[in-house]
Design a protein around this ligand. Structure first.
Ligand SMILES: Nc1nc2c(ncn2[C@@H]2O[C@H](COP(=O)(O)OP(=O)(O)OP(=O)(O)O)[C@@H](O)[C@H]2O)c(=O)[nH]1
Ligand SMILES: [Mg+2]
Length: 588
């Protein structure tokens, strides 16, 4: 490009670069966030082509305009190129197809690396011309492409790659190819993201009426199929133009093509193309939205109801097991109470019911058989100790409060089955990436929460309740009679020594039986009080568990909602991309 062209292109390039640059990285982030969705994966090819197209628009800002002639074989593309550049650079012919290798006509200083990079097929023929020579094409690269409809499948591939690298497509049509399907399908792909100029060739070979009808047919196609009402449509005869540049429509075509690359026009063309590509991407993501929008909503609902049902199920299971622990909890609160009771009442609580009864039985038996009596008492104490040991081990370990591993798995699948199914429909590793709560995470949460609540019950609530039950008054009321009985026995025994009338074994044993009975009674009453407290503590533990689980699971529901919302927001942004870019472009 010369100085004037460079500064002109620079002005528009700034606009284009500024317009696209910032938005491009935003777009990448959004697309990246959606890559795991099957609905996006199935469109990955198209999305990649469109994203690469935007990148090329950005890179292209420094380059000369590229105008590529496309159309069916025999439409007259090569003849048109030769006519435009004023010399025979491309081969015209009657064998179909004629052009097998693209012909690139460029200003000698134009950089065509981007145009050639990765182009499929044979290397193009490059024809240089002197940009300072005053010819009409000092700013444009003109490309004669192979046909879009021949039996040679590779031709279509080459021409598609060239079209991706072009700013303007000059669609050349003749009688047979105006509505010819494969050429029309080819244009479909670029209609929104490339500037288009339509040329009806071989005008010399048609009557006015014929030409008029064909032009009308072409206009309808352009308007209705490609929705490009502003695209120029011209009828020319390239063959005549080679001999006579003032043949009908020719100058208009030349100035139209030149105009697209001059002054502000190229910037506008490129902006139009970029906006077209952005709009195309929007349509792709509108399809994605259409396909999975409802399913995303469903997923959030399924996760929320899954969380709810898992929480309720777990709570029910734990509540049943908590109830079964009531005897253990009562025993524990009793031993806590005993710890706080120094005196006969505390001793009765500590030794347990069997011991108390065993000792009483021992006292009764002792009248007849002292050996048997000692055995009954010792046996009762051993049984009590064994029971206490088993209970303490059970109490320290809260795992019995949770369902078995298999039970937890069943609860999980029952609760999250629908959410997992929807998530895996949406994405490959749907459950994980769409934040469906995972089984081991939930199992860990259940264990942690239950352990915590249980630890609070054992270390805080039970001692607190024990403290309340074993009040100073109660201790005094129970211990005083026993102590008085003891004092009375001692006084009676002392008086016996003094008077010589001994109290006798009977008195001692009777006193022991009465004392034991009193303590046994006390023990029953206190145990029933403690039992009630234990029930209260368990009810409180259940409420605590409910609250804790509600809090923790709310987080899970929230995380799932956020994962889905983030994707929905990305889809929304991408769906609105075309419109947003257009507004910004109009603003600039
Ligand atoms: N009468 C008349 N014949 C033309 C005109 N333009 C091209 N032709 C003829 O149409 C035939 C095909 O022209 P080409 O330019 O080779 O067509 P093409 O589109 O390049 O064809 P492929 O290279 O096969 O894709 C040739 O015989 C040309 O001489 C024209 O304006 N008037
Ligand atoms: Mg040709």
């Amino acid at each position: 490009m010369n100085e004037r062209q460079r500064s002109s292109a620079g002005l528009h390039d700034d606009l284009l670069g500024g317009l696209l640059g910032g938005l491009r990285s935003e777009l990448d982030q959004d697309v990246q966030a959606l890559r795991d969705l099957r609905s996006v994966q199935s469109r990955a090819g198209r999305i990649d082509v469109l994203s690469a197209d935007l990148d090329q628009q950005l890179e292209r800002v420094e380059r000369a305009a590229v105008l590529t002639l496309v159309g069916a074989t025999g439409a007259g593309k090569s003849t048109l190129l030769n006519a435009l550049v004023g010399r025979d650079v491309a081969h015209e012919g009657d064998s179909r197809p004629t052009t097998r290798v693209p012909v690139i006509h460029r200003p000698a200083d134009a950089d065509i690396r981007e145009l050639l990079d990765g182009l499929p097929g044979e290397a193009p023929k490059v024809v240089d011309h002197d940009p300072g020579g005053g010819g009409p094409w000092s700013q444009q690269i003109l490309v004669d492409a192979p046909d879009t409809n021949s039996v040679e499948a590779s031709h279509r591939e080459v021409v598609a790659a060239l079209a991706e690298r072009s700013d303007v497509l000059v669609v050349v049509a003749h009688r047979q190819s105006v509505a010819e399907l494969s050429s029309a399908t080819f244009v479909d792909d670029f209609a929104k993201r490339r500037a288009l100029v339509f040329v009806l060739g071989r005008a010399d070979a048609r009557s006015d009426a014929d030409r008029g009808a064909l032009l009308e047919q072409l206009r309808t196609l352009v308007r209705e199929r490609w929705n490009a009402p502003d695209a120029p449509i011209l009828a020319v005869s390239p063959r005549d133009a080679q001999r006579n540049p003032s043949s009908p429509g020719w100058q208009e075509l030349v100035s139209t093509l030149r105009g697209l690359a001059e002054d502000g026009a190229l910037g506008r063309v490129r902006r139009h193309n970029a906006l077209g590509t952005a709009a195309e991407l929007s349509r792709v993501f509108a399809d994605v939205d259409h396909e999975i929008g409802v399913t995303l909503d469903e997923l959030v609902t399924f996760i929320a109801s899954g969380v709810e049902s898992w929480r309720a199920g777990l709570l029910q299971e734990v509540a049943v097991r908590l109830d079964l622990k009531r005897p253990d909890v009562t025993a524990l609160v009793q031993s806590e109470a005993a710890k706080r009771w120094e005196g006969p009442g505390g001793w009765a609580l500590r030794t347990g019911g069997l011991t108390t009864m065993g000792l009483s039985a021992g006292a009764l038996l002792a009248r007849r058989n002292p050996l048997l009596a000692a055995g009954a008492a010792a046996g009762a104490m051993a049984a009590d100790r064994a029971r206490g040991a088993i209970r303490n081990a059970g109490i320290a370990d809260p795992t019995g409060l949770l369902p078995s591993h298999a039970g937890m798995t069943a609860l999980y699948h029952q609760s999250f089955g629908p959410a997992r199914m929807v998530a895996s429909d949406l994405a490959n590793d749907g459950a994980e990436s769409l934040a469906v709560p995972l089984e081991d995470v939930l199992a860990q949460m259940a264990t942690d929460t239950v352990e915590d609540v249980w630890a609070t019950l054992v270390t805080r609530d039970l001692p607190e309740q024990a403290e309340k039950v074993v009040s100073r008054f109660l201790r005094w009321a129970v211990d005083a009679p026993v102590l008085a009985l003891g004092v009375w026995v001692v006084v009676a025994a002392g008086r016996g020594l003094w008077t010589g009338q001994h109290a006798g074994l009977d008195l001692l044993l009777s006193t022991a039986v009465v004392g034991m009975a009193w303590l046994f009674l006390t023990r029953m009453v206190v145990r029933s009080l403690l039992g009630r407290r234990a029930r209260r503590v368990l009810a409180r533990a259940r409420v605590q568990l409910e609250g804790r689980l509600a809090g923790e699971t709310a987080q899970l529901g929230l995380a799932a909602g956020q994962a889905v919302d983030a994707r929905r927001a990305a889809i929304d942004r991408l769906t609105g991309l075309g419109e947003r870019w257009r507004r910004r472009a109009l603003g600039s």
